[in-house]
Design a protein around this ligand. Structure first.
Ligand SMILES: *Cc1c(COP(=O)(O)O)cnc(C)c1O
Length: 339
């Protein structure tokens, strides 16, 4: 019985074709800038998204951290969602390593940071205050694609107030597909964008930060300082290039399967459907049944994330096919029929 792992889209296994691409990769020492495959990946994403330069890094957390370090100096601050990855889920890295203060902003339900809340949070120029330097957004946020008009509004606002703009675009391509716009139409509002290749795109490792030459040069220096300068990383970059060639358009399949999963779960008495956005489905079940449900699903070879209680999150990806969706619906239905 193959496992249907719906905990996250980070669990994907490299496909056979991806592994072949990795084996065939030309490599060199990337600290010297001599890995041709890493260079190709960086140039490819920078070109596709309309930026001067890119930087390949091991994780989205490091990519976001390097962006914050590139934009801000000691004693600066960035405006960021209270529930954003770059604030809440990255160990406070910007403060720990950069002496950069986050100014968390309460997100609206659609993941946007309302302009009036941003305006109110910008500090006057005065020695009492940290210097407000950057606005950091996240797209998708819990699967939600930020509305295109909001991106426009937020970037106009940030420019008018002299703030830099960073996007945590871990799932940028999911957002682009959901909004039916090219990824560069979203990325173009920002000075830097971080993209994860190891989520729904299915690479085993890797994120890329794109931006201007000046910002990427700074980020490269900080990457080395953080111990992230790597050598023959071309084998990993080859997996990412393969993902860009073969796994972007198919994200639409993940969204369609998530919609089917949501539709089916919503019909099961005992399950409350909270929402479905791109490749994520959120449901609630009675708290006292949660552990029995989790055990029942594990027995049926299905894993779901119960780390967001009281909400359950189910994420579709490259390794969840139609049969996986059917098995999940059957297992939920079976559980609630018997309780
Ligand atoms: C996964 C993720 C990241 C980066 O995570 P890593 O595990 O460090 O690669 C950043 N932002 C968001 C929104 C994410 O979902």
């Amino acid at each position: 019985m193959t496992l249907v792992d719906l905990r996250s889209d980070t669990v994907t296994q490299p496909t056979a074709a991806m592994r072949e691409a990795m084996l065939a990769a030309q490599v060199g020492d990337d600290v010297y800038g001599e890995d041709p495959t890493v260079n190709a990946l960086q140039a490819r994403l920078a070109d596709d998204l309309g930026f001067e330069a890119g930087l390949f890094v091991p994780s989205g957390t490091q990519s976001n951290l390097l962006a914050l370090l590139a934009h801000c100096e000691r004693g600066d601050e960035y405006l960021v969602g209270m529930d954003a990855h770059t604030y809440k889920f990255e160990g406070g890295g910007a403060a720990v390593l950069g002496s950069i203060q986050p100014q968390p902003i309460l997100q609206a339900a659609d993941g946007s940071l309302p302009i009036e809340r941003l305006a109110a949070a910008i500090k006057p120029v005065d020695p009492h205050f940290a210097r407000t330097r950057l606005l950091a957004l996240e797209n998708t946020w819990h699967g939600r694609a930020l509305p295109p008009f909001y991106l426009h509004e937020a970037s106009e606002f940030a420019r008018s107030r002299g703030l830099g703009l960073h996007l945590d675009g871990a799932r940028l391509f999911n957002a682009a597909i959901a909004c039916q716009v090219p990824a560069r139409a979203i990325a173009g509002h920002f000075d830097t964008v971080s993209i994860c290749l190891s989520k729904g795109l299915g690479a085993p490792v890797g994120s890329v930060l794109v931006g201007s030459h000046a910002l990427i040069d700074k980020a490269r220096r900080w990457r080395k300082v953080c111990g992230g300068g790597w050598r023959q990383a071309g084998m990993l970059a080859a997996a990412c290039l393969h993902a860009l060639d073969h796994h972007v358009q198919r994200l639409a399949d993940d969204h369609a399967r998530a919609a089917r999963l949501a539709d089916g779960l919503g019909r099961i008495a005992g399950v409350t459907l909270l929402g479905q956005h791109t490749n994520m489905v959120f449901v609630e079940v009675p708290a006292e049944q949660l552990h029995a449900l989790d055990a029942h699903l594990r027995e049926a070879g299905i894993r779901i994330s119960i780390g967001y209680l009281p909400t359950l999150r189910l994420v579709t990806h490259l390794d969840v096919d139609d049969d996986g969706v059917a098995r999940t619906l059957a297992a939920f239905a079976g559980f609630f029929a018997g309780h």
